[in-house]
Design a protein around this ligand. Structure first.
Ligand SMILES: C[S@@+](CC[C@H](N)C(=O)[O-])C[C@H]1O[C@@H](n2cnc3c(N)ncnc32)[C@H](O)[C@@H]1O
Length: 205
């Protein structure tokens, strides 16, 4: 298929997509907001949550869902490589989660405040070469789990996007050492042909 044909097909699929239509109606910045809504409906991860960090937050769809789910005075921090249009009551950090500088900025903003929920929808820019994409995705997941160990309250939760492939099983095993329950979940709003799934980890030990 020629390049223009395949990109036209992508655009058609995108606009025909039920979740794209629904996100426009609901004022969500990204269709991925529905994935977090589905996760909340099934796992109730927002119950009694006062502080949330959202890693890989741009353009802000998940932060919009978080805002609707938690109390007005809850602490919400979104972090991304890309700039994000402001959302009232959400603090944003623009930076690379793998860099020490950004990590220090995040820890400084937290100022010792413990978190109840760490979300990560981070995905590296995919090159299409699985041998390099998969390790980069797993590295982000490992850093997110380290961050959970350092900052999550006992009983806190972690929701993370993972790609099935090399390193996946090992990472789930590591998550099970940190959390009481880890469930792998594929929301209906996640495209069937995508290798992505979500790991919902509940009850930090
Ligand atoms: C699928 S998008 C997130 C969509 C978001 N959950 C929403 O609902 O709007 C993945 C994001 O991960 C970010 N990302 C990838 N690697 C990152 C890194 N090292 N540090 C920070 N953000 C990163 C990308 O810039 C991208 O915006």
């Amino acid at each position: 298929m020629s390049r223009s044909k395949s990109s036209n097909q992508w655009l058609k699929e995108h606009f025909d997509d039920e979740f794209v239509k629904r996100s426009q109606q609901r004022g969500y910045r990204a269709r991925s907001a529905f994935k977090l809504e589905e996760i909340q409906a099934k796992f109730k991860v927002f119950d009694q949550v006062d502080a949330v960090v959202d890693l890989g937050a741009a353009p802000g769809g998940w932060c919009q869902v978080v805002k609707n789910q938690v109390d007005d005075n809850a602490l919400i921090i979104g972090l991304d490589l890309l700039p994000i249009e402001p959302i009232e009551g959400v603090e944003f950090i623009e930076g690379d989660f793998t860099s020490d500088e950004t990590y220090i900025q995040l820890m400084t903003l937290l100022n010792g405040h413990k978190i109840d929920l760490v979300l990560s929808d981070m995905a590296p820019n995919l090159s299409g070469v699985n041998a390099t994409d998969q390790p980069r995705a797993m590295y982000l997941a490992e850093l997110a789990l380290d961050f959970c160990q350092q900052t999550l309250n006992p009983n806190g939760h972690h929701v993370i996007k993972l790609f099935q492939g090399e390193g996946f099983d090992g990472h789930i095993k590591n998550m099970k050492q940190v959390f009481n329950q880890v469930t792998i979940y594929k929301p209906k709003s996640s495209r069937a042909r995508s290798r992505e799934v979500y790991a919902v980890a509940q009850g930090k030990k």
